[in-house]
Write a protein that binds this ligand. Structure first.
Ligand SMILES: Nc1ncnc2c1ncn2[C@@H]1O[C@H](COP(=O)(O)OP(=O)(O)OP(=O)(O)O)[C@@H](O)[C@H]1O
Ligand SMILES: [Mg+2]
Length: 460
């Protein structure tokens, strides 16, 4: 592992030959790169997502998916990470084809150390220069997770995307609805046209119609100029109507009209405009409930709900938590350019035990906080407890649930003891010393509050 001082970035080495991977790893790690490996094209695609490299050294000739195919498929997925091609001796033709298809550079085997290093350094510098500051553009839009739930979601997206059908995405807050909408657009035939996003909840009621449909000059007080609506701006592309459950009845009627016959009527205009727009809508409300309450039009619901897509709450696919944590750690460390830290098995277990009402968004924020504030590496469970403790409603929930003073005192005492035991690796003698109570008393309390060490022994 490179140390923090001379850390130069993460590189993914893709080659089926172990000896090449091995020698590249040695050279690159010595220079301060973190090296990730893949032994096949298929594995490379997985590793790119998981490790978020800033450059890829890619062998052309591999059994199964070859280097050119890997490149194409990375570009299709929206990755713009520089790819440096490795070819066999004398296979310059393929290498030239690869550079024509967007490879950054190519090297013939046997590899020349200096040439690889210089090119790699330039590739990464260049990549960082063109990346939004502070944001790891790479894979920022990926839907991460290998659970059945996530696989199904990706399958649905892949099936729905190429069609013109309207999609209605429903799911709790923070479950990735916006990511799904973007993925649908990206994988559609309209991907080279605009994706126009409208947050229906954020726009004041009196402005939403002119936002969506545009208005003529002077059509209302304050309308000093003609404005093009979002539907017209999205012509040929996709409009993403986010938080559609928050739309007024009046606007719903107008949206219905666009869906029915593609007619957009700007506010104050005499004529309607025809548009070709694919509609993707999302909401975290239960629209069927909203219909029952008379707040959402049933006919609009059916128009929108041609392809229903549900994003599952995180508690329904906790098996993805580790992969997500890993992914966020890498993304944040890449953005701020330091080597990724690791989370201890116990800390991970702690996270897996929480209920994640804020779903993946909450997890992402927690990972960021832990990364910034933690001192240990691998990050220990006690440290995570401490870092979450203050802000986490969940960890302090027992306190909030107490009704009497006595219940509160007991809940607080229990919380305190668990935390201190955790900090001292569940060594009862040491914990008792630290909190200045007889060991027998600590045992008694542990018994009284049924405190057990539920976690496995430390391996690190
Ligand atoms: N499966 C996932 N893989 C990677 N990142 C994810 C995943 N799901 C959600 N995220 C991330 O979590 C955050 C919240 O996702 P998103 O904004 O898509 O949620 P949402 O369902 O639209 O929430 P809301 O209803 O509050 O608008 C984003 O930063 C997103 O990148
Ligand atoms: Mg959203």
């Amino acid at each position: 592992m490179p140390n923090e001082k001379n850390f130069r970035g993460t590189v993914l080495v893709v080659d089926d030959e172990a000896s090449i991977r091995e020698s590249l790893r040695m050279v690159l790690e010595y220079e301060g790169y973190r090296v990730e490996e893949a032994t096949s094209g298929e594995q490379a695609l997985d590793r790119v997502r998981a490790s978020a490299p800033e450059a890829i050294l890619l062998d052309i000739k591999m059994p199964g998916m070859d280097g050119l195919e890997v490149m194409t498929s990375l570009h299709e997925r929206g990755y713009d990470v520089p790819i440096l091609i490795i070819t066999g001796h004398g296979d310059v033709a393929t290498a030239v084809e690869a550079t024509r298809n967007g490879a950054y550079d190519f090297f013939e085997k046997p590899l020349e150390r200096e040439r690889v290093l210089v090119s790699l350094r330039n590739a990464i510098e260049n990549y960082r220069l063109h990346r939004e500051p502070g944001v790891a553009r790479l894979s920022a839009d990926e839907l991460v997770g290998s659970s059945t739930v996530m696989k199904r979601l990706r399958e649905t997206i892949t099936k729905a995307a190429p069609t013109a059908a309207t999609v209605l995405i429903t799911g709790e807050s923070g479950t990735g609805k916006e990511l799904v909408a973007r993925a649908i657009h990206r994988q559609s035939q309209r991907s080279d046209r605009a994706l126009v996003q409208v947050n229906c909840a954020a726009i004041p009621e009196e402005l939403i119609e002119s936002e969506l449909f545009g208005h003529e000059k002077g059509s209302f007080t304050g309308a000093s100029r003609r404005q093009t609506g979002k539907f017209v701006a999205a012509d040929g592309g996709t409009i993403f109507l986010d938080e559609i459950g928050d739309m007024s009845a009046r606007t719903q009627a107008k949206v219905l009209r666009v869906l029915q016959d593609g007619d957009v009527e700007p506010v104050g205009a005499q004529k309607t405009v025809k548009v070709d727009v694919r509609v993707v809508a999302a909401t975290n409300r239960d629209l069927e409930d909203e219909i029952k309450e008379g707040r959402f039009r049933e006919d609009l619901f059916y128009r929108l709900n041609v392809i229903p897509v549900r994003t599952a709450p995180l508690r329904e696919h906790l098996e993805d938590l580790e992969e997500l944590v890993d992914y966020f750690i890498r993304r944040f460390s890449q953005a701020d350019n330091y080597p990724p830290k690791e989370l201890s098995a116990e800390a991970l277990e702690l996270l897996q035990g929480l209920s994640w009402k804020g779903n993946v968004r909450e997890l992402k924020n927690v990972v960021e906080r832990i990364l910034i504030l933690s001192a240990s590496d691998p990050i220990s469970r006690p440290e995570v407890v401490e870092l979450l403790g203050g802000g986490s409603a969940e960890l302090s929930a027992p306190l909030a649930g107490a009704k009497t003073l006595r219940q509160f005192r007991e809940a607080a005492e229990r919380l305190f003891l668990v935390q201190k035991l955790d900090e001292n690796d569940w060594n009862v003698t040491r914990t008792a010393e630290v909190i200045e109570t007889p060991r027998s008393n600590l045992y008694k309390k542990m018994e009284q509050y049924s405190i057990h060490r539920e976690t496995r022994g430390r391996e690190d």
